[in-house]
Design a protein around this ligand. Structure first.
Ligand code: TRP
Ligand code: ZN
Length: 869
């Protein structure tokens, strides 16, 4: 029977488990068509137990075979499609009893990539958040932590390698060509951290010695032909291990740590205890096939998953509403790690700018749209929909604010207390806040609103300078527009780093704590009217409502000592002009020129400073979006920068060459970034003159960054050479799936070009390409997502054709992989922000999808919330 109202889960409905698990033994006989899972679970009553309570397990798409309790066949149970409820427990459940079960699943038919599935003939699992229930009936919730012993069996010829969490206890040959391996994980863990991998894989390995003197075995498992692509991931892992010891005193707690790469994966990677499973995209890197961005992403994802070993695994979440407890904190840790790896203060600033840019392009729109939720949501229909930029990236900003308020040492004290109190436990965001507050003797009660309220706060800035009294007054007023279910907001606790920039340069940086709706600060002995530099280094995730004059913004852009705010001033100037349909004036061009010529500045910073705000960020500044108008205004603005500075771009293109052997470090990567921006600017200024240089760079490049950037410049500018280079690129890399993803992605994200066929027509062709596969998430993202989410000017067509393509794609994907379909479904989240005819056309597409009776709960939630049901 189908109910019309979707089921919701509520944070406040949390109840501790009635029973919990002690030892769990799994015996899994792997067969793609029929995997037999035998489980033996020691069940014990928990604190909230009451005699006679049934044991309620969950399962999903399992074939149930048998149930025994304390060695006896047991018949007192009820089976529904999602539950197994066991009654008449020995001694009414008062003491430990043993449940033994057999069930069967079909990995080769599993296209959802949750639970146990097959990819390229090998077996993998993905259990977070609720995939374990597709392997056996279980208490599949993060607050049930058990010790696992896992025996894997398989035919040795098909599966020579058998991996699971923890340490290898034994391996055996079995009759009929089968073999087995038994793994023991010494640490209690929730089921979402369970993993197994089996198949024809090989590893690179390294033994390292950590500070305590202990030796650790590190392995990266891949298909044999990919072994040569794993060096960078291994280096990143080693650096992560050392960093976590040094910065947080956190040691690797297992003798062995394994990473496995798989080409079919819903997300980036997964932190299963001792056996991280990664999307190949975040493991494989060689200069010829991976860009500088790929190298940096691999470093940060490897670090992220490794850091989860403490923030997520040793201390885990009580329930899924607390997801940001592990994700926000772990993103913060990986951001800090990557910043430290940059090796210089300016490198840190570059990393900060990149992180904030991502937050504003993706999270700010989410926080203003129909799926807006606090970093600790109160309600969800499908937990998979809550692995969001809000939980991750805004969550990281909330953690960063503790460090801003408490200082680096205070933050470390809070972390130490958090682990001292909660190691081995499943806890809440409140517990984290309490550890930070208690370790520092600071009242952080008002800080809680960051966890409970959605929406990006807006801070209005009003300043007054009294030249006679030499006094400066700053009044800050905060507000936050309603979000779903939250009509009114309480004030946020907002740490704002400021500096008053005066001619005498005598004012140092200060931290203001805005905790009320309005507060005024008075500064005495300010000799001349200062230029305010506020929210330095983006100390709080807010929008500023500050009418700063163009002259002040230009001053900040030229000389603010806070690199982030220097960048920010440039973004704001450009944004205001683009939104007013203006071209850059002579003063701004001059400021750009000076910045480009400044020998003191990092090339990577210059590249960021000359890159204009993304369309999606510009949309958020408008009451009603005309996407074509914004695209054209931005393009005209950019073309003007390209033309006016053509000489400088040409000179930079030469100066930023990186001769000699390829290095993937931040310094060379920064030079390549600026050089390739110069190349793209040159093609923007005069395509016919500069296209041959791009084609030449394409052909002679010894690394993917340069080859891809040249190809991209040719494609984006509709140069004649683009066609041949695209063919060449495909032929060169036909056997490398991740590079072919780039080939698809580049074509699908090409903006409209005069005289070329519309990108939608091209994308429809790409979907028919023999190498396109709807069941591979990377390929889907490279074609469909690139078009629907990263190509606004091609996607938003007045006739609604882009939206029809979107609807068709969501509907085609949903039966195969609801998680990936639901992510794509979110491309129309902000439909209400658009002007006509776009808005109505989007609504029609949303409504068409919503009428399908068989939608997954994932897609139903996204579409339902978009339409406001
Ligand atoms: N915990 C993982 C991470 O952030 C996220 C993740 C990986 C995930 N695969 C998933 C979440 C599948 C949901 C479904 O590192
Ligand atoms: Zn994570």
């Amino acid at each position: 029977m189908k109910t019309d109202l979707p089921q919701s889960f509520h944070r406040l409905a949390y109840r501790p488990p009635v029973y919990t698990f002690d030892q769990v033994e799994l015996d899994i006989a792997l067969d793609p068509a029929r995997t037999i899972v035998k489980s033996r679970i020691e069940v014990i009553p928990s604190k909230s137990f009451e005699p006679g309570a049934p044991l309620e397990l969950v399962g999903h798409e399992l074939e149930f075979v048998s149930l025994r309790i304390n060695g006896q066949a047991h018949r007192h149970f009820e089976l529904t499609p999602e539950t197994l409820t066991i009654h008449s427990l020995p001694n009414e459940g008062r003491e430990k009893f043993v449940v033994e079960m057999i069930c069967i699943c079909v990995p080769e038919k599993n296209t959802t990539l949750m639970g146990l599935y097959v990819s390229n003939g090998n077996f993998f699992t993905q259990c977070e958040a609720e995939g374990f229930r597709k392997i056996t009936y279980f208490l599949d919730r993060p607050d049930v932590m058990a010790r696992y012993t896992v025996t894997l069996r398989a035919r040795e010829e098909e599966c020579p390698v058998l991996l699971s969490n923890g340490n290898l206890l034994s391996a055996e040959k079995l009759p009929n060509g089968w073999h087995s391996a038994t793994w023991v994980d010494p640490f209690p863990k929730p089921s979402y951290l369970f993993a197994l991998v089996a198949g024809k894989l090989k590893c690179i390995e390294e033994t390292i010695t950590i500070s305590s003197g202990a030796k650790k075995l590190l392995q990266i498992w891949v298909e044999p032909h990919d072994l040569k692509k794993t060096r960078h991931a291994m280096d990143s892992l080693i650096a992560s291990i050392h960093w976590d010891e040094k910065r947080f005193g956190l040691e690797l707690d297992l003798e062995r740590f394994m990473i496995v790469a798989v080409s079919d994966f819903n997300m980036g990677a997964m932190e299963n205890k001792g056996l991280n499973i990664f999307n190949t995209k975040f493991v494989f890197a060689q200069p010829e096939t991976a860009t500088d961005a790929d190298f940096a992403n691999i470093e940060s994802v490897v670090a992220h998953e490794y850091f989860h070993n403490w923030t997520g695994n040793r201390v885990t979440c009580q329930d899924w509403f607390q997801l940001s407890l592990k994700e926000g904190l772990t993103v913060f840790r990986d951001q800090e790690f990557s910043a430290d790896q940059m090796g210089s203060e300016s490198g840190r600033a570059v990393k900060r700018i990149e992180d904030v840019r991502l937050l504003r392009q993706l999270q700010f729109p989410e926080d203003a749209g129909p799926m807006a939720h606090p970093i600790r949501p109160d309600e969800y229909q499908e937990i998979n929909n809550f692995y969001t930029v809000t939980v991750y990236e805004k969550g990281s900003e909330i953690v960063r604010m503790y460090q801003t308020l408490l200082g680096k040492d205070g933050f470390r004290k809070g972390m130490d207390l958090y682990f001292q109190r909660h190691d081995g436990q499943a806890v809440t965001c409140d517990d984290f806040l309490a550890a930070m507050a208690d370790a520092n003797g600071k009242d952080l009660n008002e800080f809680k609103n960051w966890y409970s309220q959605a929406g990006t706060p807006r801070v209005h800035v009003q300043e007054h300078y009294d030249a006679v009294k030499k006094q400066y007054q700053l009044t800050l007023t905060q507000s936050c527009v309603p979000s779903p279910g939250q009509p009114e907001k309480k004030p946020f606790y907002i740490p704002l780093k400021i500096r008053l920039l005066t001619r005498s340069n005598d004012q140092s940086e200060q931290l203001l704590e805005l905790t009320q709706v309005t507060q005024t600060w008075t500064f005495d002995n300010i000799p001349d009217r200062p230029v305010l530099s506020i929210n330095r280094n983006f100390s709080a995730p807010i929008n500023l409502d500050f009418e700063q004059s163009e002259a002040d913004l230009l001053a900040l852009f030229s000389s603010d000592d806070d690199a982030f705010n220097r960048w920010e001033a440039g973004q704001k100037l450009a944004m205001q002009m683009i939104l007013n349909n203006r071209l850059p004036d002579a003063e701004l061009i001059e400021a750009y020129r000076n910045l480009l010529l400044d020998p003191e500045l990092d090339p990577a910073f210059k590249e960021l400073a000359l890159t204009l705000p993304a369309d999606s960020y510009l949309y958020e500044q408008c009451a009603s979006v005309d996407p074509q108008q914004i695209f054209n205004a931005r393009r005209a603005f950019r073309r003007e920068i390209a033309k006016q500075l053509q000489l400088e771009w040409a000179a930079l293109y030469q100066q930023m060459q990186t001769p000699g052997p390829f290095k993937s470090d931040g310094v060379d990567a920064g030079k390549r970034a600026l050089k390739n921006l110069a190349l793209s600017m040159l093609l923007d200024a005069a395509p016919s003159i500069w296209a041959p240089m791009a084609a030449n760079q394409y052909h002679i490049a010894d690394n993917m960054t340069d080859r891809y950037a040249a190809l991209s410049a040719l494609v984006v500018h509709g140069a004649k050479a683009a066609k041949d280079c695209l063919i060449d690129f495909h032929n060169r890399f036909a056997n490398d799936a991740l590079v072919i993803d780039k080939w698809f992605g580049l074509q699908a994200s090409r903006p409209p070009v005069d005289g070329l066929e519309s990108t939608l027509v091209e994308v429809r062709k790409l979907r028919e390409h023999p190498a396109f596969k709807l069941n591979n998430p990377n390929r889907v993202r490279s074609v469909i997502h690139s078009f629907c989410a990263n190509n606004p000017a091609s996607f938003h067509q007045a006739d609604g054709s882009g939206y029809e393509f979107w609807a068709d794609s969501v509907l085609a994907l949903d039966p195969i992989n609801p998680q990936v379909a639901a992510r794509l479904a979110r491309a129309l989240d902000r439909w209400r922000l658009f002007a006509q005819p776009y808005q109505d056309r989007m609504k029609v597409a949303l409504e068409r999808v919503s009428t399908y009776q068989t939608l997954s709960s994932d897609v139903r939630e996204v579409i339902g919330k978009a339409l406001g049901n």
